[in-house]
Ligand binder design. Structure first.
Ligand code: HEC
Ligand code: HEC
Ligand code: HEC
Ligand code: HEC
Ligand code: HEC
Length: 465
């Protein structure tokens, strides 16, 4: 029985090795969670100025300030100077035609670092069309103003802000001293520094999502909450795991939304997080005036169009990384070693500028090879996206020609529905900022559907003529 004996020893060695690895992992995680600091000043809920927090946590503050640095990758960040980022609508002319009739056809640029979020919003020429106060939800450290407006109740204050014009609310923000970009207090509870979410739009959205029937294997705390048959609504600040919180703090803003003056800001998650779930939510939404929901009427065709905005959280949630418990912060705010302690890099930016810390902690392959793999994914996505743009332009050409030939708006009704569906999908991937990386196969599926709907619309026009 010599062989069995050897196997038993082997199994014992392997299992004790595994235990050591596991313990090491647990100790490391504990060390990460239980970081130490000297509290030199007291920070509180109304301290939106990050400089004050920087006195206690200088390392995080130093890296946070670097979001003012210009960065550039093939598809990410923006170009090198102090000037405003490049116009997306000039680079891809089909985007401009797709947005005809909407402020995005006037000015739509590359995003840049968090330090600029308030300034860029104040300066965009989209402001030449009156915008609503809801815009500030994701571009400023606005919680104290919500509390002030709601007389202590932030959600109540938030629900009033869509009725203010952007200019009015922006003035109130600055005069109350809270004219800052996203700040420490937006993601951290000031007494304990624990991660937390603050934004009412997210809190409402995630509650509605939790109450839906959508399968959410990537968000296990929601599944647990459902199984336990809780009577209280899902509260991420109580129920979410630390891993989930490392994505939820970003999902306060990097999501699709409605932001106009007709209703409060809304995240469309009542049917789930997939592209078609969000579309269904909007299709089922009725404006207070009784009309079906849409963001704008397309200037050439008259179709009632849905505009998509940066659905990073939604697309990420359909990918293999989310499924494997890899959070936004793992890639966009990786730990840096600092002597014996670890500091989360608060220079939130493209992980491709930091592959060593952002990817190689998990992927033990050459940096160049990692970059190559990302390049392949992004190239494929870019090419399919351009094809999508071309097919939509062909549909718009066909509609224009039909109109010149005297085909009426009502005869075109079905065609315009195809345009709405095609644009929703095309824009979903165009507006998402990872050029397909966050969930490559899902991005390809959505673009495939976009092309299909555009071509179906085109065939339909030809059958009318
Ligand atoms: C597995 C790593 C990974 C995870 C997890 C991840 N991202 Fe990304 N993200 C990337 C990569 C890679 C890019 C492409 C960067 C580029 O093209 O320069 C990207 C791009 C972005 C961009 C555009 C960056 C720029 O410089 O313009 C944003 C914004 C973004 N991600 C937000 C998020 C959010 C929010 C989450 C979580 C919901 C998330 N990411 C999760 C890897 C990740
Ligand atoms: C309060 C809203 C808000 C939160 C919270 C937020 N972001 Fe952003 N983020 C923005 C806005 C707005 C911009 C664009 C700023 C601009 O272009 O002026 C942006 C830009 C970015 C960029 C592009 C940076 C560059 O250099 O081009 C990345 C990457 C990013 N965010 C990732 C994240 C991640 C990861 C998280 C969570 C840890 C997060 N964001 C949390 C609103 C937010
Ligand atoms: C739910 C959160 C949210 C709301 C509400 C929001 N934004 Fe943003 N905004 C972002 C994020 C995240 C980015 C960075 C990603 C990107 O550029 O796609 C961004 C980027 C921008 C940019 C820089 C890139 C560009 O598009 O030119 C401008 C300008 C901007 N927003 C203006 C506005 C205006 C005006 C409103 C109100 C109509 C608004 N935002 C409402 C989250 C939001
Ligand atoms: C967009 C959200 C966001 C903002 C804004 C933000 N942080 Fe963080 N912070 C995080 C995340 C995510 C972690 C990682 C926490 C974890 O994994 O438990 C973190 C971790 C920390 C930690 C714990 C130690 C570490 O480095 O991991 C400190 C201290 C900290 N942040 C300080 C600050 C300070 C100071 C500011 C303002 C200058 C700030 N943070 C702004 C998201 C944010
Ligand atoms: C915390 C761990 C972790 C980090 C950090 C991480 N990954 Fe991953 N990655 C995974 C896991 C897990 C998978 C799923 C495949 C597997 O189980 O090996 C995966 C899969 C992938 C895949 C193949 C799947 C696909 O979507 O096509 C690519 C490419 C990839 N990662 C690139 C990156 C890049 C680039 C970064 C840094 C920006 C990164 N990863 C950061 C854990 C990680």
């Amino acid at each position: 029985m010599k062989i069995n004996y050897k196997i038993t020893i082997g199994v014992l060695v392997i299992s004790s090795l595994l235990t050591v690895v596991l313990l090491k992992n647990i100790f490391e995680r504990k060390a990460e969670a239980g970081f130490r600091y000297v509290e030199l000043v007291k920070v509180a809920e109304d301290d939106t100025n990050p400089e004050k927090w920087g006195i206690n946590w200088p390392k995080q503050f130093d890296s946070y300030k670097l979001t003012a640095q210009p960065t550039k990758t093939r598809f990410g960040g923006h170009g090198g100077s102090e000037a405003l980022p490049e116009q997306k609508i000039e680079r891809d002319p089909w985007l401009k035609r797709m947005f005809k009739g909407y402020a995005f056809s006037i000015d739509y640029r590359d995003r840049r670092g968090h330090a600029y979020m308030l300034e860029d919003q104040e300066q965009t020429e989209r402001q030449t069309k009156p915008q609503s106060g809801s815009c500030l939800h994701c571009h400023a450290s606005i919680m104290p103003l919500y509390r002030e407006l709601g007389k202590g109740d932030a959600v109540k204050g938030f629900e009033m802000t869509h009725q203010f014009s952007y200019k009015e609310l922006n003035e109130m923000l600055h005069s109350s001293g809270h004219g800052h970009s996203v700040s420490c207090v937006d993601c951290h509870e000031p007494n304990t520094m624990k991660l937390r979410v603050t934004r009412p739009g997210f809190l409402k959205g995630i509650q509605v999502l939790a109450s839906s029937k959508a399968e959410l294997p990537q968000l296990p705390s929601i599944e647990r909450w459902r199984e336990s048959g809780q009577s209280q609504p899902y509260n991420p600040n109580e129920s979410a795991s630390r891993t989930e919180m490392r994505s939820f703090v970003c999902a306060q803003c990097h999501v699709e939304y409605y932001c106009g003056s007709a209703m409060p800001l809304e995240f469309p998650w009542s049917n789930g997080l997939k592209s078609e779930d969000l579309e269904k939510h909007w299709d089922e939404t009725i404006f207070p005036n009784g009309k079906r929901f849409f963001d704008y009427k397309h200037k050439e065709s008259g179709a009632e169009i849905l505009k998509v905005q940066h659905p990073e959280f939604e697309l990420w949630s359909q990918g293999i990384h989310a499924r494997s418990g890899v959070s936004c912060a793992d890639c966009h705010m990786p730990y840096q070693r600092d002597g014996a302690s670890k500091v989360s890099d608060h220079w939130v930016r493209s992980p491709l500028l930091n592959i060593n810390k952002a990817c190689q902690t998990c992927h033990h392959i050459d940096e160049k090879e990692i970059l190559n793999r990302v390049n392949i994914i992004q190239d494929r996505n870019y090419k399919l996206l351009q094809r999508g743009g071309k097919s939509l332009m062909d549909l718009l050409d066909a509609i224009q020609k039909a109109k010149q030939n005297g085909i009426s708006q009502s005869e075109l009704q079905e065609v315009l529905e195809f345009q709405r569906k095609a644009q929703w999908r095309l824009d979903f991937i165009a507006a998402e900022n990872s050029m397909g990386f966050h969930a490559p196969q899902e991005a390809a599926r959505i673009l495939g559907e976009a092309i299909d709907y555009a071509r179906q619309g085109q065939i339909k026009v030809l059958s009318i003529e």
